[in-house]
Design a protein around this ligand. Sequence first.
Ligand SMILES: [Zn+2]
Length: 186
Amino acid sequence: MSSQPHIVLPWTVRRTRLPLLSLRCVDCGTASATTGEGRFRVNANGKLLDVWLLVRCVRCDRTNKLTVHERVPVREVDAVALRGYRDNDPGLVAETLLNPLFAHRNGFGLDWAGAWRLLGPPVPLDGDWPVRVEVSFDDPAPVRPDRLIAHGLGLSRGEVVRRVKCEVSLRRTTSRAFSFTVLAGD
Ligand SMILES: [Zn+2]
């Protein structure tokens, strides 16, 4: 069946908590840290400002400081952001942690395992028409399309390969929107 899909359904990938950080602890060697409740530390030194995001080793609780701003003139820091740093604004904690530049500068990766879920309506698998599903990401959790689709449809990965046409590689991890089509049942 090659006609255009009659049904289009939305799926969304959304985080359920902040991902862990892959960051080796200098005390115990564990390679996982958390932002916990998400706290910044702000230090004003004259007209210069340092801002760090505090993270904690998941095993030994050692606190590590990740640099957000280093010796920047106070007037160059956005006033709303500065208030957010001082108030430990959860949205700003998430925005900071998920900023790829921040991760790169501080040398950590994000561990998204168990930190997101898939939202969306069930997909009819035995209809007479193909169904298109448009997958969007509210948060940049990396997923493998074949695993996500198998999970979302309740099919095996082999069945996914047989019944799903996807515009992106099924096996290449992505956190960018994509869509796929489930062919009609036999
Ligand atoms: Zn540790």
